[in-house]
Design a protein around this ligand. Structure first.
Ligand SMILES: [Zn+2]
Ligand SMILES: [Zn+2]
Length: 294
């Protein structure tokens, strides 16, 4: 075994030696051949803007390859509302009839202590109150189908366990409950520096403000959409915190926003429970096409 590898190394060495001898001859042959060939096609142009580092300045995961690969805009497909161009490029947004499909592999573009140690996205969280759960982040196949034209429901559906929507960075929003309909407040000691944690199948998710996105775009910015197609905004408006008292039972209200100047119903994330939505959706829900694993 060892001997044969040694022999193949020797062979490679010999080949390389003869290549050196042949090189000048090949170059001149190449020059002749090139004279008769059409010029090579220009190199392909990048289809998107060059990667930019969009991590909040207080993080150290600058060298993470995924973080540098994320571009803050998703090329809008014709027919999609402009707000959907705000999904980061790790989310695939497409139009299918009267629905918008949101696809993500569920891997956050930011660091987390829930990545395995040694992973380039592993980022420690040193808050003394942080009590991580035993799960690690694993890639998922998340596909949500949400209405293109969101409408208020007459019978409001309960928010399910698992994904209730998707944040602009491809991470699913979960409701305010843990297993057995227990409020997820007890789990909150396990939320990392970006407000997320993985469940037992390794699906990373947010029950609370997605700090990575509000760090990027501001506390009053659009942070994602729920399954009923209505947008979700951060915890501030006009420089003031939004509280549960400002919102209805579904956790939203209607007025013009930067992305919807005509006015739209929208959810707000609050610092207090239930954080993202009430027990029921405001609008007619789409569906979770795929919550499974790849
Ligand atoms: Zn959870
Ligand atoms: Zn609002």
């Amino acid at each position: 075994m060892l001997f044969s590898s040694f022999r193949s190394l020797m062979t490679v060495g010999r080949r390389r030696a003869s290549a050196y001898l042949l090189l000048p001859a090949l170059i001149s042959l190449g020059a002749i051949a090139c004279a008769f060939l059409p010029p090579p096609p220009p190199p392909p142009q990048p289809t998107s803007a060059p990667p930019v580092s969009n991590l909040p300045t207080n993080t150290v995961a600058v060298e993470s390859p995924a973080a540098t690969a994320i571009v803050p805009t998703n090329a809008p497909e014709s027919g999609l509302p402009p707000a959907f161009s705000k999904f980061l490029s790790n989310v695939t947004v497409s139009l299918e009839g009267d629905f918008i499909l949101l696809k993500s592999n569920g891997l956050p573009p930011h660091g987390s202590p829930y990545f395995p140690h040694g992973d380039s996205l592993y980022e420690a969280y040193t808050d003394p109150d942080f009590k991580p759960n035993p799960s690690t982040i694993e890639a998922q196949n998340i596909v949500l189908q949400i209405p293109l034209h969101p409408q208020m429901a007459t019978n409001h559906a309960m928010t399910p366990m698992g994904p209730i929507g998707m944040a602009l960075d491809g991470i699913p929003f979960f409701n305010q409950y843990a297993a057995n309909h227990q409020p997820a407040t007890r789990e909150s000691v396990g939320f990392d520096q970006y407000g997320g944690h993985p469940q037992q199948q390794g699906m990373y998710h947010y029950h609370v403000e997605p700090y990575y996105l509000t760090g990027l775009n501001g506390k009053d910015s659009l942070v994602g959409f729920l399954l009923d197609g209505f947008p979700v905004y951060g915890p501030e408006e006009n420089g003031q915190p939004v509280t549960n008292d400002d919102l209805d039972a579904y956790h939203g209200h209607t007025h013009p926003t930067a992305d919807y100047p005509e006015g739209i119903y929208h959810y707000h994330i609050t610092a207090a429970m239930p954080w993202i939505s009430g027990d029921e959706f405001y609008g007619i829900v789409g569906k979770v096409v795929s919550p499974g694993r790849p």
